[in-house]
Design a protein around this ligand. Sequence first.
Ligand SMILES: N[C@@H](CCC(=O)N[C@@H](CS)C(=O)NCC(=O)O)C(=O)O
Length: 206
Amino acid sequence: MMTLKLFHSPASPFVRKVLVCAHEKGVADQVELLTSKAWPVKRDPEIVRENPSGQVPSAILEDGSPLFDSRVICAYVDTLSASVPLVPSDRRTCFASMTLEALADTMLGAALLCRYEAVLRPAEFYWDLWHDSQMEKVDSGLDDLEARWMEQLEGPVSIGSIAAACALGYLDFRFAEKDWRSGREALAAWYDVFKLRPSMQATWPE
Ligand SMILES: N[C@@H](CCC(=O)N[C@@H](CS)C(=O)NCC(=O)O)C(=O)O
């Protein structure tokens, strides 16, 4: 059986995307988790050896070659079994799913920057405007999901819906006080069902 070595961190929403994909594809047992310490200011040399960004998720294939970032690893995981395709083969839905994933990743990236700003940056350097501007990207993304992406989200599970669910899950996890559900009832209702999927339950952040 092929094994994918995955640098991971139990709270990382980008890693979660990969693990949700692995569970959806029934190949979670082919992923070997490597403990790592991804952090923006002091990179983990073990990860850097494989991925100069030092970020998780980063993976190593059986032949020793590196695989990153989360989008590439998710696409790779999709090839590990023939069950339901997460990157749709139909051209139109494929690019729509990838765009939805990109949107969710953008929201996640901005939310992570807010998190780092709050927990990492020395208080005297904290910049409200910068923080709030990142959070505006998250809010615009939430509005876009509600206004334009519900049909796609409600369709068959895909890389796009998984990424969106991981982004919303991260908001609940790290920004519990943020009331992202108000005014976005369709998105909230969709997420509250999607999060019950066994793949989401098996990858709850710690
Ligand atoms: N574009 C990357 C983003 C990954 C990312 O931001 N990972 C975070 C953890 S959730 C990380 O490693 N942060 C440490 C850093 O930015 O150096 C992906 O999709 O994999």
